[in-house]
Design a protein around this ligand. Structure first.
Ligand code: SF4
Length: 262
């Protein structure tokens, strides 16, 4: 048995019912597990998550390098994980092509979750693209609300965020209660580094977004993403989210703030 796995001989503290707050015992258990997993590998954390939370375990990905690395490990360590992408209607074609390469290579099913309104209807409703005038509302409608729907009936969700991506993410635990989506949130790469992720990605031949080789360190929706520096795939070149919502105060879409132990 892996060092990261437990045989649970006594019942785990019960998760909160919908609309209820988690108990102190439940939160203490998550904090203890999170601390214990600080020395585990991402592979071990995935296996731990699968042992504890399948079949209700989900993973969200925007096909960044971290997400691609985790996706490559799912078939071996967490094979029944429900994988989804928040398909805002504004993703780069290169991102959608990458999705196809990942699906083919690893035999995964990835649910492309779409907002209530397609882009033409949404922009018509608001008299133009909201990403220009109210990007917070746009992210809420096209990401947050979609994930809220996907969270129903799940036990836990995973993402590829790392602490060293930004100041906002610097305190992300490996395991925490996510108040916003009422799920356990698992971040198997929370204590990984950008260099470490890229080294493994390249060594293991995991597909990645070609836009990273064109100076895009972080890739989201095309209207809100800019190239920053050439050769951003692994170079220690400063704020890797600098190209997101460039020129605006906004730095996060809201999926990873206000509820994930940070
Ligand atoms: Fe809208 Fe930009 Fe947010 Fe995408 S990243 S949902 S285009 S505001």
């Amino acid at each position: 048995m892996s060092a990261a796995l437990h045989l649970y001989e006594s019942p785990l503290p019960a998760p909160p019912a919908p609309g209820e707050k988690p108990s102190d015992a439940f939160l203490a258990d998550l904090a203890a597990e999170s601390q214990r997993l600080e020395s585990a590998t991402p592979d071990e954390i995935l296996a731990w998550a699968h042992e504890r939370y399948a079949p209700g375990l989900a993973m969200g990905t925007a096909f960044g390098p971290e997400g691609c690395l985790l996706l490559s490990l799912l078939p071996k360590h967490a094979p029944t994980t429900y994988v989804f992408n928040l398909d805002t209607g504004y993703q780069f074609q290169q991102t959608l092509d990458l999705r196809d390469r990942i699906v083919e290579k690893y035999g995964l099913e990835i649910d492309m979750l779409q907002p209530e309104l397609a882009v033409p209807e949404y922009e018509a409703l608001h008299g133009g693209p909201l990403y220009k005038t109210d990007p917070d509302r746009c992210c809420h409608d096209r990401k947050i609300k979609v994930l809220e729907r996907a969270a129903v009936g799940r036990t836990a969700w995973m993402s590829g965020i790392r602490r060293d991506q930004s100041a906002v993410r610097a305190k992300q635990p490996i395991v925490a209660w996510d108040r916003k989506f009422h799920l356990v949130k698992i971040s198997p790469l929370a204590n990984a580094t950008k260099q470490g992720v890229w080294t493994r990605l390249l060594k293991e031949g995991v597909p990645y977004n070609p836009l990273h080789d064109e100076g895009y360190p972080s890739i989201g929706c095309w209207p809100c993403t800019q190239a920053v520096t050439p050769g951003a795939n692994g170079a220690d070149d400063g704020d890797e989210r600098a190209g997101r919502w460039a020129g605006k105060a906004k730095t996060e879409c809201g999926l990873h703030t206000d509820g994930s132990g940070i």
